[in-house]
Design a protein around this ligand. Structure first.
Ligand code: GCB
Length: 591
């Protein structure tokens, strides 16, 4: 799905700002398209949970409504008009006036509707977006609803981050011509000093296609007629980690008379990705990931996209010497992916399939231990929704050079009966959708190389391990032995590259000790150093991503103190002592 843009033939109206807002406690009461009269306003983009002082809004389970009026620009007469929602977490319904124009399930991928027939250029329309935050055993991520002793509905979920909801990304109105670029898939390769840009364009109606490539000086370095083909760019400048280079790939559609009807410009980076033996190669050279699992999480905004935090977070990544991150545990805003493209940061792109692990949740959080995969829990319907989440992620992010690997799930119950039946088709689907990138899932510590049932289906072993934290707590000497033993087991069994996609220790800034005392700043540093000693001894190791970049909010619980404190930075992005230790390692690694 193409991100809307303004071009010679397209116009874009951003609808960010304050919208009327209401919590809907009775889904059947009245019409959802009636004027919202609650007196509340909510900003877009932002999660709504932390904005208001009323706990009933923060903890609301079900639908809310956002509403505003929009004037369609008068110059849009004769154009197709679309409304596009970058994300509605977790389910959205869009109404223009009284008409339902779009419905979408899945909280972190965009959707849109052609509303041309319902609008008139120059006139005002009422736009209502209803958003539902409910998670069930058949949503991605999954959850369940419990009724409390006093009769309230309460959302339960199995992932360790707060269930922020609402319109956390932008909403747009845009115009485009009837004959236009529908979609494009770019694949790149390298032949000596020549870059190969493969393209496959679809158009919305029958028409001709013309493409061209410009370098950053604006010079045309390749062009072709036709919807499919390969452009050869001589003396190519590659997109490299830490040294991004983007060409402008311009697609034009032409009508029968040869007139240009549409123009769409896509930034394209030429690079290759390959797994060979125990190595992860970018542009043919071994790549070692340094960085973090992140979250979209800030105070007050929740998961609301914010360009100030975007810029600052990437500055901190650069400062600390990180070359990569994982979009744990859901697709991030497209602005983040574009920024990574422009700044040469490597991304492991993850679906929102987190918490497909009922046994672990039952064990750790003290609930009932249920089988993860069964008709009553994670079932065929969940698998179908998961497949759709993969389709939408690949459709949205396939053209980003920064994305070097797909992660289709975080910490599923991969050693449980049913795991293979569940994951085999999903791994195959991902490869079919994108044969050019390695595919992974992120493995949980309870599924060891001896018990895991699905790792052979994947290209890279992504492991989350907490020796010295959840296991061997405060005992780094034992942790070091156990970690090394397990990693050697993975290496010997699979002979594939290994990335530690999570390792970390909760740390309260300001807490200190000369001993190995969990929660102190010294312990976080010592814990990371222990891990690094082991990583450096394992040949198959191709990367380390600390959990987490910054502290983040979670649901309440006795394991969490106002959220998860494994951040190397605090929630407001101040460095803990470990940030300096990581910086010392990552800015000199490989030098
Ligand atoms: C994990 C999860 C992550 C949690 C983390 C923790 O394994 O993937 O979402 O936040 O552990 O801190 O427990």
């Amino acid at each position: 799905m193409l991100k809307p843009q303004s071009s010679a033939t397209r116009e874009l109206l951003n609808l960010d700002g304050l919208w009327r807002f209401a919590v809907e406690n009775d889904e059947t009461a009245g019409s959802w398209t009636a004027r919202v009269e609650s007196g509340l306003e909510a900003p877009v983009p932002a999660s709504y949970n932390d904005l208001f002082t009323d706990p009933a809004i923060r903890d609301h389970v079900g639908w809310v409504r956002y509403q505003r009026e929009v004037r369609v620009p008068r110059g849009w007469a004769g154009e197709r008009v679309f409304v596009r929602v970058d994300a509605a977490t977790h389910e959205g319904r869009v109404y223009v006036g009284d008409v339902l124009v779009a419905e979408h399930v899945g909280g972190y991928t965009p959707f849109e509707a052609d509303i041309t027939e319902l609008v008139t250029a120059g006139e005002v329309l009422r736009l209502t977006i209803a958003v539902n935050n409910v998670l069930t055993n058949e949503t991605i991520p999954p959850g369940s609803i419990e009724v409390t002793a006093d009769g309230r509905r309460q959302q339960r979920y199995l992932h360790d981050f707060y269930n922020y909801a609402g319109l956390a990304r932008s909403v747009w109105l845009y115009s485009a011509p009837a004959l236009r670029v529908g979609d494009v898939t770019i694949t790149t390769d390298v032949d000596g000093s020549t870059g190969l840009i493969g393209f496959d364009v679809s158009t919305t109606e029958a028409g001709q296609v013309r493409v061209s490539v410009r370098d950053t000086t604006g010079r045309v370095v390749g062009q072709a007629d036709g919807a499919q083909g390969t452009l050869r760019v001589e003396d190519v400048t590659l997109w490299q980690p830490g040294a991004a280079y983007l060409y402008d790939f311009t697609i034009e559609t032409l009508d029968d008379a040869g007139a240009v009807t549409d123009e769409y410009v896509l930034p394209v980076g030429v690079r290759t990705v390959e797994v060979r033996g125990m190595q992860f190669l970018i542009n043919g050279a071994p790549f070692y990931f340094t960085g973090f699992g992140k979250h979209e999480d800030t105070a007050v905004r929740g998961k609301g996209h914010d360009n100030a935090y975007l810029v600052h977070d990437f500055q901190l990544l650069d400062w600390i010497g990180a070359n990569s991150f994982r979009t744990s545990h859901y697709p991030y805003a497209e602005e983040v992916m574009e920024f990574a493209d422009r700044h040469g940061i490597v991304v492991i792109d993850e679906t929102a399939a987190v918490g497909l692990n009922l046994a672990m949740a039952g064990g750790i959080f003290g609930g009932v231990v249920k089988p993860t995969f069964s008709p009553e829990t994670i079932n065929d319907r969940t698998q179908a929704v998961h497949a759709q989440a993969i389709r939408e992620l690949v459709a949205r992010d396939k053209n980003h050079p920064s994305v070097v690997m797909w992660s289709i799930a975080n910490e599923p119950g991969s050693s449980e009966a049913g795991a293979r039946e569940y994951f085999e088709p999903l791994a195959a689907l991902t490869r079919e959708l994108d044969p050019t990138r390695p595919v992974a899932f992120v493995n949980v510590m309870f599924a060891t190389f001896e018990t895991d049932l699905i790792s052979d289906l994947f290209d890279v072993m992504c492991l989350n391990r907490y020796y010295g934290w959840y296991a061997d707590t405060g005992d780094l000497a034992s942790a070091e032995v156990h970690l090394e033993t397990e990693l050697r087991g993975w290496q010997e069994k699979y002979g594939k590259p290994i990335i530690m996609t999570e390792y970390g220790a909760d740390t309260q800034p300001g807490l200190h000790s000369i001993f190995d005392q969990p929660w102190t700043e010294e312990y976080q540093s010592a814990y990371l150093e222990m891990n690094h000693r082991v990583f450096d001894r394992i040949e198959a190791f191709v990367g380390e991503q600390v959990w987490n970049f910054a502290d983040f909010q979670t649901s309440v619980g006795i394991f969490r103190v106002d959220g998860n404190k494994k951040g190397v930075f605090t929630r407001d992005r101040k460095p803990k002592a470990a940030a300096h230790a990581l910086r010392a390692r990552w800015t000199t690694l490989g030098k």
